[in-house]
Design a binder for this molecule. Structure first.
Ligand code: BG6
Length: 525
């Protein structure tokens, strides 16, 4: 996320046509997708590449090569990708001319991950001009594969001479999807194996949350405004809540993966801890990848829980409820599964800024709404000078003073909300809580890009800010692995313990014991 030093224009008319950040001089590249016949390719990677192509973010020569086990022709692969784009592209309807132009970039080469000669054949395919076609020498290898293949594919790429030395031209970069390891030891082992083939500067570990504009806005909001940063600390903040709630459950083929994974590994280790880092980190000295990632690492280093037992964390699994059947009845889930579909915890960041401030984190499947938000709850004013009135419909009552909140709405209804106290009109000095709302959809005419679009652009730009560094990954696993081990060793006694469509197990409320707050459970937009 390198930012130009000068403010070039003063854009106050947000309705003016605005194409952000021209990339030029744009490097062209060959993007090779390993696992090209899988779900991730057709749902996310290829539709995102199509959007980038359509919007002019890809250099004209940029090529996309699908590589997977199944034998098929380039024509056959193009037809499949056309269907995928029609089904999943963000901008609908699709302009046929844009689609045709993009499909011309697309090629296919059969390849078995474990067969070294297939990589040699891939290299010949890329390096032998045919019928006037040449592939850009810069290479992105996108591993949309099961993690079990990460190391093998990288090793075979290197052996076949498909990776260049770091730091030069042409360049090669390798993109790894999550999950990156399943505990500290496996993540360390994977980092070690990859470091034998690649420099850290060539590795892009995806956490797609970092590609979301609203997640990047956490830094913009905190460090681009003089107003808030001085109060983001232990003197003014009572506690912080991070919620990644999903109303969907585990459907279809995903069950086999999820039942081996659970909420802690699937969402807390990556998305939730990344959100925590961004809301809590210190301002970096410059807005560069190394500097920002180093600040996030410091947050993870300072992360701790209150007690040596594991009472600071709560797990849950959904049973049957208003949103549908029980987790244990979903496809490909063991009937006696103890996998958690909900996890919550109360943690602290023991540094000068945040010591003593509780951070309450939670994620769950089959909660009442899909809602990712961070709520910063401020301390109440020291004295209650005024009467506070709380009204529900026409009925108003005197109430205790309410804290101010800043709510970072990551999705949906993307924006930032602030709960403030104002004087209620009338003859008394009564205060009333109001919400001041900024929504992206109101302020900006252009739709928010998909996270994968931004991440793919950054891979080509060579900007690693929005990819997780090996140290971040390992620190996050180091914090969670003792809890994972404990949960693995001590089966839950009360599963299922929340109804599909509820806000999670009641035990999660006790994470507020001694704090005087509660989870912000609301369906409000
Ligand atoms: C993925 C998890 O990383 O993130 C999924 O594997 C989860 O289980 C998804 O549903 C949530 O992403 P988003 O962008 O829909 O909030």
């Amino acid at each position: 996320m390198t930012v130009p030093g000068d403010i070039l224009v003063d854009v106050d008319d947000t309705s003016a046509p605005f194409r952000d950040g021209p990339l030029g001089p744009e490097p062209s590249a060959t993007v090779i997708i390993f696992g090209a016949t899988g779900d991730l390719t057709s749902r996310k990677v290829v539709p995102a590449l199509f959007e980038l192509s359509r919007a002019g973010y890809l250099a004209p020569e940029t090529a996309v090569v699908g590589a997977a086990r199944r034998v098929k022709s380039t024509e056959g692969f193009r037809a499949e990708m056309a269907a995928a784009i029609r089904a999943h592209a963000r901008t609908q309807p699709i302009a046929e001319a844009d689609l045709a132009l993009f499909l011309r970039r697309v090629h296919y080469q059969p390849l078995e991950f474990e067969v070294p000669s297939d990589y040699t054949a891939l290299r010949e395919f890329l390096e032998t001009p045919s019928r006037g076609r040449t592939f850009p020498r810069n290479r992105v290898a996108y591993l949309a594969t099961a993690p079990a293949f990460f190391s093998m594919v990288t090793h075979n790429l290197r052996e076949a001479g498909l990776l260049y030395e770091p730091g030069g031209e042409p360049w090669s970069r390798v993109v790894f999807e999550k999950p990156f390891g399943h505990d500290l030891q496996s993540a360390q082992a994977l980092n070690r194996q990859l470091s034998q083939c690649l420099a850290e500067s060539q590795i892009c570990r995806i956490d797609h949350y970092l590609g979301k504009d609203t997640v990047q806005n956490l830094l913009a909001f905190r460090f681009g405004n003089g107003l808030f940063e001085p109060i983001f600390n232990r003197r003014y903040v009572d506690h912080v809540q991070v919620t990644v709630a999903e109303d969907q459950g585990i459907e279809g083929a995903r069950g086999a993966f999820y039942d081996q994974t659970g909420a802690l590994r699937d969402v807390v280790q990556n998305h939730v801890l990344q959100l925590l880092c961004l809301v809590a980190m210190e301002p970096p000295s410059v807005c560069g990848a190394e500097e920002i990632r180093a600040e996030k690492v410091k947050v993870l280093q300072a992360l701790c829980a209150e007690d040596a037992g594991f009472g600071w964390a709560v797990r849950g699994q959904y049973g049957e409820g208003p949103l549908g059947r029980a987790y244990r009845d979903e496809d490909r889930i063991a009937a006696n599964s103890n996998t958690e579909t909900y996890a919550a915890m109360r943690v602290y960041i023991e540094n000068w800024r945040w010591a003593g401030v509780p951070f309450l984190l939670r994620t769950g499947k089959r909660m009442p709404v899909r809602r990712t938000e961070i709520v910063v709850v401020f301390r109440r004013p020291p004295t209650q000078l005024f009467r506070t009135v709380r009204c529900v419909g026409d009925v108003c009552r005197l109430a205790a003073m309410e804290p101010n909140l800043i709510i970072f709405r990551i999705q949906p209804d993307e924006g930032v909300l602030m709960d403030l106290m104002v004087k209620r009109p009338g003859m008394n000095m009564d205060l009333h809580r109001v919400t001041s709302r900024f929504y992206y959809r109101d302020a900006f005419p252009q739709a928010l890009p998909d996270a994968y679009e931004r991440l793919l652009v950054d891979v080509i730009r060579g900007d690693q800010t929005l990819f997780t560094h090996s140290t971040e990954i390992e620190r996050a696993w180091a914090f969670l692995t003792p809890l994972l081990d404990y949960w693995g060793a001590v089966p839950p006694r009360d599963f299922p313990n929340y109804a599909a469509g509820s806000w999670g197990p009641s035990a999660a409320d006790r994470l507020f014991d001694g704090l005087g707050g509660h989870w912000r459970n609301t369906r409000e937009p």
